[in-house]
Design a protein around this ligand. Structure first.
Ligand SMILES: [Zn+2]
Length: 289
């Protein structure tokens, strides 16, 4: 039975749903291999390609995604400036016209920020975002979390609150993504407690709360698997100033065999530390927990 051709809105909605599902499952570090294409009525459509601005061939003339890669010449950093994120675009990129058309129509876009380099790159996904303006001289798009229709004319207080909230969340997510990358690199991709090396199960755990605006401080971090991170945050497990594991034994029953291997067996053991002593956890922060 022939099916009706799908609309451009349907493609955009499918892309946004794909991103939302991956973000819910993977947080700030979505593997590129899962992200790169999305299903739409049985067809696989690309979400991004080599260049920073991307329009899949199934869309006629509006962009779908913007991408910032680590170490690329024009887009090596995310600039959160005032109420917008500035996206630097390449001078010869004819794809920029696709972004301007999407902006004119208030279409939601997907913003991808690379947070881990090859091999197995990872991305932080921000969606939906809207391009609400640009400057061809400085070659910057202004990226916001609300469409221009609400930003232009009468700007309501709730729009402003939403925009500020969106940026604050974005800053915190970026910080977390960079923190995790740096901490996991320092600990050579293993849990500092049990040495588990399954990267999707590893977190950058903060020892004490960090300012989302500041640079990630590796000495305020410990690489931990999901179980040990939770146990650390809930004070079932702590790390002493001399880098020894301490477990609150009252929390684990004597009959719990998994509790023994996951927790009790680590009690009194030294943690696994980074090779570089300058990256070892801050003893004062550990004492303060
Ligand atoms: Zn662990």
């Amino acid at each position: 039975m022939p099916t009706a051709p799908y609309s451009e809105h349907e493609i955009r909605d499918a892309a946004l749903a794909h991103c939302e599902a991956l973000r819910a499952a993977w947080g700030e570090a979505v593997p590129a291999r899962l992200l790169r294409r999305f299903p739409c009525r049985g067809e696989w459509i690309n979400l991004y390609a080599q260049q920073g601005v991307f329009k899949p061939k199934q869309l006629s003339d509006t962009a779908l995604s913007l991408r910032t890669t680590l170490g690329s010449r024009y887009q090596d950093e995310v600039h959160v400036d005032g109420n917008t994120i500035d996206y630097d675009y390449a001078p010869s990129d004819h794809q920029n016209a696709y972004v301007k058309r999407a902006a004119d129509q208030n279409l939601p876009l997907i913003y991808l920020v690379q947070v881990k380099a090859k091999p197995d790159p990872e991305y932080m996904v921000a969606s939906p975002v809207f391009v609400t303006g640009w400057n061809d001289r400085t070659r910057k798009f202004q990226v916001r979390f609300e469409p221009i229709a609400q930003a232009a004319g009468q700007v309501s207080e709730s729009n402003l609150i939403e925009q500020r909230y969106g940026l604050r969340v974005m800053r915190a997510r970026l910080h977390q993504a960079h923190f995790r990358r740096e901490v996991l690199a320092a600990y050579r991709n293993r849990c500092s407690i049990c040495e588990l090396r399954v990267r999707p199960l590893l977190d950058g755990a903060h020892i004490t709360p960090d300012s989302a605006d500041g640079e990630p401080i590796i000495q305020n971090g410990l690489a931990m698997c999901a179980s040990h991170h939770r146990a650390f945050d809930r004070k079932i497990l702590r790390v002493t100033e001399d880098y020894t594991v301490e477990v609150d034994r009252d929390q684990v029953s004597a009959q719990d065999r998994a509790g023994k291997t996951t927790l009790l067996d680590h009690h009194g053991q030294p943690i696994c530390l980074p090779k570089d002593e300058a990256q070892w956890p801050d003893r004062e922060r550990l004492a303060a927990v």
